[in-house]
Design a binder for this molecule. Structure first.
Ligand code: BTN
Length: 326
């Protein structure tokens, strides 16, 4: 979908007459009608058309605006960010940055989009990504010491997300190993790390974060687990998507810049304090097998400590999922 010039004219949720829009766009009223329909189809936005009043997006939509995102950045985050791509639609912001990494783009590049048409979740799942309602954010970074130096990074990203949300007055966030963001047991966000390059040397990592802000109920029908969003937690009190995005980057960029040196240890204590399953009976599902036990937090490398009948086992991340024991 090419960047729409019609959408910003309707974003405030007020009616604009067909003639107004035709004048602003320099096209006929019939052409406006066609463009409105095309926009509604491509974005999934509910655009009302009322005779004598014109068109409106009921409730309006807060669009992502590069200037508003950068205005919300700390001086440090602003220094560390090498570029910001704000797209209207993309297959996946992670896929986009993996392409940029392969094309040799510098670390520190950020990509966000109003909509993902093929959002990627963990374990091969789709990440439901409707237009203009949630946050889909990816950051490209480069590391020199390979995958081993990155142990625990996805857990530290979870801590960074919870800090950002706290800074935006969204309290009560918890984490589920390895990297689900929860609120009251329901999924608020997810984290997906992808890597390219030399697993033993110089490699690029794309950190992807999906955060439910105002999930439309129609889109949520496709989600196969308990979910929540920031609007349900904070009502209208949250600062909006641009400021939330800035707050995420304020935590994420310094984390990435310091991780190769400091590793997961400085993040461990806070991760434990956010652990939704500490001391709970759980079942780990690796796909091929299931392992039951009591979750006892994580070690210095971010490995889950599972108390089983045969002692404490360290479980490393990857494609494993954790569920409460029945
Ligand atoms: C999960 O399954 O919990 C991880 C979801 C990660 C979703 C985010 S949205 C931004 C980035 N782009 C993607 O395609 N996926 C991640």
């Amino acid at each position: 979908m090419p960047k729409s010039i019609l959408l910003p004219l309707l974003a405030d949720g007020e009616f604009r007459s067909g003639q107004d829009l035709a004048d602003a766009l320099g096209v006929s009223r019939t052409a406006v009608w066609k463009r409105v329909n095309k926009l509604a189809t491509e974005s999934g936005l509910q655009i009302e058309s009322v005779k004598g009043k014109g068109y409106r997006i009921r409730g309006g939509v807060e669009l992502l605006v590069p200037e508003l995102i950068t205005a919300a950045l700390s001086a440090e985050a602003g220094r560390l960010m090498a570029g910001l791509h704000v797209l209207e639609s993309v297959d996946s912001t992670n896929a986009e940055l993996m392409r940029q990494a392969q094309a040799g783009h510098a670390p520190g590049l950020v990509c966000t989009a109003e909509q993902q048409t093929a959002g990627r979740g963990r374990r091969g799942r789709e990440w439901i990504s409707p237009f203009g309602s949630n946050l889909y954010l990816s950051l490209l970074w480069e590391f020199s010491q390979g995958a081993a130096a990155l142990e625990g990074l996805s857990l530290a990203v979870g801590v960074a997300v919870s800090r950002a949300l706290e800074a935006c007055a969204v309290p009560g966030v918890q984490l589920k190993w390895p990297n689900d963001v929860l609120h009251d047991g329901a999924k608020l966000g997810g984290i997906l790390l992808e890597m390219t390059g030399d697993a033993a040397g110089a490699c690029q990592v794309v950190v992807g974060i999906g955060l439910n802000v105002s999930m439309p109920t129609e889109a949520a029908g496709a989600i196969d687990q308990a979910w929540t969003d920031i609007s349900r937690i904070s009502g209208a009190a949250h600062p909006g998507r641009n400021v939330l995005l800035g707050a995420l980057l304020n935590e994420l960029l310094p984390l990435m810049a310091g991780f190769e040196q400091g590793g997961f240890s400085p993040w461990r204590e806070q991760w434990q304090s956010l652990d939704a399953f500490a001391g709970s009976k759980v079942v780990l599902n690796t796909g091929a097998s299931k392992l039951g036990g009591t979750a006892m937090g994580v070690d210095e490398r971010g490995a889950l400590q599972l108390q089983t009948t045969s002692g404490v086992q360290s479980v490393y991340g990857g494609e494993i999922s954790l569920r409460p024991a029945p």
